[in-house]
Design a protein around this ligand. Structure first.
Ligand code: OSB
Ligand code: MG
Length: 369
């Protein structure tokens, strides 16, 4: 049982240490919405992964803040719940808006785990003390720069290299990297930049022994992915297209993908992420934990979720020091030889750096009944 006594909404901004270019745009900073749920002597914290503009999926920061203030928080403030799933039920059958809902659900899991005094991963059913990680590398100016940035991250011990691609920048970087590193685990991510008409071009990627091609087609498509999968040897990995356990079941049943990138916020929280994990396991499909350039708050949630057994491929949850000069939490989250230790202690095991967050916040508000 836990009670939601009060909630805080914060929006912080952090400059990224690198320019992150994908098929949908360029990012140089991160706007980070945070939700803190205050219980009886403990707090739970979560991070929103939507952006200002709906570039990845359809949600936005402005939309999420309004929804939290006007609809979600009034439903849970001042109430007690036996567990996070009961709190999620209190948000009723509202449609969509899974990233906004996930902020509440994930903060509730952290709050509940801290109330019980157990690590979040353990509460979710995970067992690992460290999880395997890779890196997601943005589009570089040319082949030489691509090979160079891959070399740096291979030397740091990352266990999988993922290259962002887009039409006109796909076979070239992949060929250059594969020639320089014949044996690394290599993948690509198109963030929905292609259509079925590009099947021929994508088939050229079959020559490079990629573990999978991530989300080549539309962000809300399954059927065309199934058709594309029949035309390629390389497995497809679904990211944007899986917003729920039902999407996962239908996608796997259709053959739209053989691998799923689970992003806990994209599917609406830890309970739904676990259902996606279980369905994939039943289909014999491995999953891995994706990232959205999260601060340490979201990163810690991702690491705990990744301790479940069917997370059998390295995730995108790389070292926080890659992204930020200074993180929003007090603990370092650093991988060693491609292994990210699970932060020990109750809940996510990390502590919001309130002083730093207070300095950089562009919005801070408190809500109670
Ligand atoms: O498609 O996985 C993606 C970042 C923002 C939006 C979408 C994606 C990504 C990444 C980066 O690939 C993963 C990370 O380092 O957090
Ligand atoms: Mg992706």
């Amino acid at each position: 049982m836990f009670k939601v006594e009060a909630a805080e909404l914060i929006v912080a901004r952090l400059p990224l240490k690198f320019r992150f270019e994908t098929s949908f745009g360029v990012q140089t900073e991160k706007v980070i919405p945070l939700l803190i749920l205050h219980g009886d002597g403990v707090q739970g914290v979560a991070e929103g992964t939507m952006e200002r503009a709906p570039m990845y999926r359809e949600e936005t920061i402005t939309g999420a803040l309004g929804l939290l203030r006007e609809v979600f928080l009034p439903r849970i403030l001042g109430r007690s719940f036996p567990n996070p799933e009961a709190l999620n039920d209190a948000l009723g059958s509202f449609r969509g808006n899974r990233m906004a809902r996930a902020m509440v659900e994930m903060a509730a899991w952290d709050l509940w785990a801290r109330t019980l005094g157990v690590p979040l991963g353990t509460l979710l059913g995970g067992r690992k003390e460290a999880v395997e990680v890779g890196v997601s590398l943005g589009i570089q100016p040319d082949e030489a720069a691509t090979v160079e940035i891959v070399r740096r991250h291979v030397e740091e011990g990352y266990r999988r290299i993922k290259l962002k691609i887009k039409p006109g920048w796909d076979v070239q970087p992949v060929r250059a990297v594969r020639e320089a590193f014949p044996d690394i685990r290599l993948t690509v991510d198109a963030n929905s930049a292609y259509t079925l008409a590009d099947a021929g071009r994508l088939r050229a990627l079959d020559d490079f022994d990629l573990t999978y091609i991530e989300q080549p087609l539309a962000w809300d498509d399954l059927l065309d992915h199934a058709e594309l999968a029949r035309r390629l040897r390389t497995p497809l990995c679904l990211d944007e297209s899986v917003a729920s356990a039902r999407d996962a079941r239908q996608g796997l049943a259709l053959g739209a993908g053989g691998v799923i990138n689970i992003k806990v916020a994209r599917v609406g929280g830890h309970a739904e992420a676990r259902r996606v994990h279980d369905i994939a396991e039943a289909f014999g499909a491995p999953v891995w934990c994706g990232g959205m350039l999260e601060s340490g708050v979201g990163r810690a949630h991702n690491i705990h979720l990744s301790t479940l057994p069917n997370f059998r491929l390295p995730g995108d949850t790389s070292s926080a020091s890659r992204y930020w000069e200074r993180d929003l939490i007090e603990e370092p989250l650093e991988a060693e030889s491609g292994l990210m230790p699970v932060p020990p202690g109750p809940g996510t095991g990390v502590t919001l750096d309130r002083a730093f967050v207070g300095e950089i916040a562009e919005l801070q508000e408190e809500h109670r009944v």
